[in-house]
Ligand binder design. Structure first.
Ligand SMILES: Cc1cc2nc3c(=O)[nH]c(=O)nc-3n(C[C@H](O)[C@H](O)[C@H](O)COP(=O)(O)O)c2cc1C
Length: 193
């Protein structure tokens, strides 16, 4: 019997998390590693999920962007405490198309577009005043006009090769379903908690 599709299951969990009114249900811990395998982790927002994978947006020149260029694999973890569920995803990374990044950029609030344009993400900053001066200058120059998407601001997709759905169960005997990608589908196994 074919395994259920874990991305479909993820989407139904995600919608349960939204319905439960969890603040920022799209917040996920994203782990990357440098070329020597040293890990780093930070939160980002899940901005798209479909059969191809899980998409987040960021600055490609950031620390995570540099690590992904050197080692294009990532993993993510999400915990939705009120519904007692955890999701883990691992896979290779690909950049979204320029058209996809443009379309998402256009949906972002103006504030976010200004901030995304002036932040040299993860680079040292001499003072907050320096950042605010850059921001004021751009706001003045752009006025009511378009704020173009910086070339280094884009989306990355984790193309999953493994997904784990974890559910809290009585007596600490939690349920873990692991899905590993195989040719043309997924193989489901249960794991000890
Ligand atoms: C809840 C939350 C959501 C965040 N979402 C994003 C995001 O979608 N993209 C992003 O670049 N940074 C996001 N950040 C900031 C990152 O955690 C991080 O500070 C930044 O991306 C720089 O990380 P890096 O130096 O490892 O590249 C978020 C932070 C928090 C706390």
């Amino acid at each position: 019997m074919a395994s259920p599709d874990p991305i479909r299951l993820f989407r139904s969990w995600f919608s349960a998390a939204r319905k439960a009114g969890i603040p920022s249900p799209e917040a996920m811990a994203l782990a990357t590693a440098d070329r020597r395998g040293r890990p780093s982790v930070r939160f980002v927002l899940l901005k798209g999920v479909d059969d191809r994978g899980f998409v987040f947006y960021t600055n490609a020149d950031s620390r995570k962007g540099g690590e992904l260029a050197a080692n294009p694999r990532a993993s993510l973890a999400i915990y939705w405490q009120p519904i007692a569920r955890q999701v883990r995803v691992e896979g290779r990374i690909e950049r979204v198309s320029d058209a996809e990044a443009d379309a998402y950029w256009a949906t972002r609030p103006r504030e976010s577009r200004f901030a995304g344009s002036v932040s040299r993400q993860s680079r040292p900053l001499r003072s907050r005043a320096e950042l605010l001066a850059r921001w004021r200058k751009l706001v003045r120059e752009v006025g009511d006009g378009e704020i173009p998407r910086p070339a280094n601001w884009t989306g990355f997709r984790i193309v999953p090769d493994a997904i784990e759905l974890w559910r809290e169960r009585p007596h600490r005997l939690h349920e873990r379903e692991q899905f590993v990608r195989i040719r043309g589908g997924w193989k489901r196994s249960l794991l000890n908690p």
